[in-house]
Design a protein around this ligand. Sequence first.
Ligand SMILES: Nc1ncnc2c1ncn2[C@@H]1O[C@H](COP(=O)(O)OP(=O)(O)OP(=O)(O)O)[C@@H](O)[C@H]1O
Ligand SMILES: [Mg+2]
Length: 258
Amino acid sequence: MSLLTVSNLTKRYSRGGMTLAAVDDVSFHIEPGETLALAGPSGSGKSTIARLALRLIEPDGGRIEFEGDDFLALGGSALRARRARLQMVFQDPLAAFNPRATVARVLDDPLRIHGVAPRSERPRRIAALLERVGLAADLAPRAIHEISGGQRQRVAIARAIATKPPLIVLDEAVSALDVSVRGRILDLLLDLQREERIAYLFISHDLGVVRAVAHRVILLDAGRIAESGDARTVIDAPRSAIGKALVAAAPRLNRNRP
Ligand SMILES: Nc1ncnc2c1ncn2[C@@H]1O[C@H](COP(=O)(O)OP(=O)(O)OP(=O)(O)O)[C@@H](O)[C@H]1O
Ligand SMILES: [Mg+2]
């Protein structure tokens, strides 16, 4: 059984009297412990797919199965319980968290809301989470806006793993970081995947990053799947027009070419 199976997913928006399919008949699956990347130009529907998969927005058509259940049919406490198993990391943790909240508070929330640990045990859990993502425990009382962008993204990852989810959706999670910090965060994500068998839906416009971390890739073009397959195979020899254009526009990839 796949962890996540998306079938014929469609999401339309109307704009100026016209209807635009932001996501148009998209199907894919994610297996436990695997990284599936979504890549494609700006506006191709990557974030819309992420939001649909997280059920932050509802589709106009299609099915989403998560751990064998009809995810779109879940409501109330069943949906809340399932949400603990499907976490997310976005590009800008300053926008995702209250910037005045402390690191401890940000990490305490999922432990409390999802009943992961009783209050007396939570400080110890928070310290362990910080250590797990390579942060010092004395960061706990600091405010989110006082720490660096790389530290904030580690806190976002710590929060995402707090409920031990089998799947994390990462939408441009490393895009705002400078190159050396980005490399270390990607290493952390790979370590966590190896050790906890977490699957990632990894959204990035950077084909170099996708090639380095993803097992499989889907290339999107205007809401549709243009091409998909093994990440290295697709990126090294794209067959679709959009794939060829994206690879040609990716300077770090071209430098490695003969
Ligand atoms: N809430 C909305 N209302 C109207 N149109 C929307 C909305 N959200 C997204 N769209 C449109 O849907 C399309 C897909 O947008 P989406 O944000 O999914 O693209 P993306 O691939 O994530 O792009 P980027 O790389 O710039 O983040 C775009 O044309 C966008 O303008
Ligand atoms: Mg986006």
